[in-house]
Design a protein around this ligand. Structure first.
Ligand SMILES: *Cc1c(COP(=O)(O)O)cnc(C)c1O
Length: 392
């Protein structure tokens, strides 16, 4: 590709070469393995001296296309696609960490990331310290000689706390840490962590990237040098994404920009509406001027994303009544779908956290997370209004 293409163009036109049929849309390569024209070419491919695809646990034309697109979108040299977001996060840690290493992590990380840090890594002699996502001036106190990696998520789930990516990039450089950013909530369209000094940008493509609630997937992006380590780990432990999911996700990316524009417009309109609603104690959305990190949000994200949280007056019981009263919105633990989804984090996704741990990441008993879909905004607002009324 000669000229650097705009985001939307790259997301659509970054396609693998055509087969002899000259198909317009990329076909699916449901094959576990590939063949070789000669013993010598097979030998050279295994030795890494010839281009060629060997086996779908290593690579596949569909996963290669998906990786190439996401690399172009985020300005990454290389990537590896995995079966889920969690396998991407796990691989991004285990490709680099060893016994005796120490990890810094933002306190506001995804539930399963929290379980890896607190329950699994200690089994292998890897320790962690949580730091406050919105207090960069305190991070240095937690650095130790054996600290290797800094893991964070911005905006966080479900608290919508941001981490200053410029500060995190400078901090990682100053202390020689691998900066590992979960970019799932913002997507490649709204935020490019590598531009701010992150070494790895990790995704659950299950969420907004597919955006239609169909498949699980994950992605790790970074420099060729670091991704080679991730590839080594993944080749031999086997969390590869299936070609079917890669094929679907590559097509999902073609519409990521237009979908996110609408998700963000709907989410901002809903957040502004809820802010003046008398039944709501508190509304959070990164692009609301009342968000404590509004200026930061505008300086590192293109738009505010598709998640809005609100705290209903009346605590957990009111929140449960609200969920039971919605008619259009879905009750699901997922997010990033065409359909608007409402969740009560305290009793579901974050129920494993102790009450004080919930409070520390902004999860109150009355908090409801809304993943704002692509339905007409008037219909979404009408459903939320009627459910708030019914739950009084
Ligand atoms: C959902 C999610 C994950 C995990 O992704 P899966 O595809 O479900 O494995 C990780 N991080 C964040 C921020 C998420 O929302």
């Amino acid at each position: 590709m000669a000229k650097k293409q705009a985001f939307e163009t790259g997301a659509i036109r970054n396609q693998m070469g055509k087969t002899p049929y000259r198909e317009h849309s990329t076909p699916m390569f449901l094959t576990s393995s590939f063949t070789f024209p000669s013993a010598e070419e097979m030998r050279d491919t295994f030795a890494g001296q010839a281009e060629g695809i060997i086996y779908s646990r290593y690579s596949n034309p569909n996963t290669d296309e998906l990786i190439a697109k996401m690399c172009a979108m985020e300005g990454a040299e290389a990537g590896f696609a995995t079966a889920s977001g969690m396998s991407a996060i796990f691989a991004s840690m285990m490709a680099f960490l060893k016994m005796g290493d120490h990890v810094l992590a933002s306190r506001a990380v995804f539930g399963s990331t929290h379980q890896i840090l607190t329950q699994l890594l200690p089994r292998w002699g890897i320790t962690y310290t949580y730091v406050e996502p919105d207090q960069p001036e305190t991070w240095a106190d937690a650095v130790r000689p054996d600290t290797k990696m800094f893991i964070l998520e911005t905006p966080s789930n479900p608290g919508l706390t941001l981490v200053d990516l410029r500060a995190a990039g400078a901090f990682a450089q100053a202390h020689d840490l691998i900066l590992n950013v979960d970019n799932c909530f913002a997507t490649s369209y709204l935020q490019r962590p590598l531009d701010f000094g992150a070494h790895l940008s990790v995704h659950s493509t299950t969420k907004w990237t597919d955006g239609q609630g169909r498949v699980l997937g994950g992605m790790v992006l970074g420099s060729k040098e670091l991704i080679d380590e991730v590839i080594f780990f993944c080749r031999h432990t086997g969390p590869a994404m299936s070609p079917f999911n890669a094929w679907l996700l590559s097509k999902s990316l073609e519409t990521l920009g237009v979908r996110m524009d609408r998700h963000c417009a709907n989410a901002l309109a809903l957040a502004e509406h809820l802010e003046s609603h008398s039944d709501i104690q508190n509304v959070s959305y990164p692009f609301l001027s009342s968000h404590p990190q509004y200026e930061l949000a505008k300086s590192q994200m293109q738009q505010g994303g598709g998640i809005v949280t609100m705290e209903v007056k009346g605590g957990a019981e009111r929140a449960m009544r609200f969920l039971n009263a919605v008619e259009l919105c879905s009750l699901s633990s997922n997010l990033g779908d065409t359909r608007t989804i409402v969740t009560h984090p305290a009793s579901t996704t974050h129920s494993k956290l102790k009450p004080e741990e919930q409070a520390a990441v902004g999860i109150t008993p009355g908090l409801i997370r809304i993943s704002v879909g692509l339905e007409n905004i008037e219909d979404i607002m009408h459903d939320i209004n009627q459910a708030l009324e019914k739950s009084r």
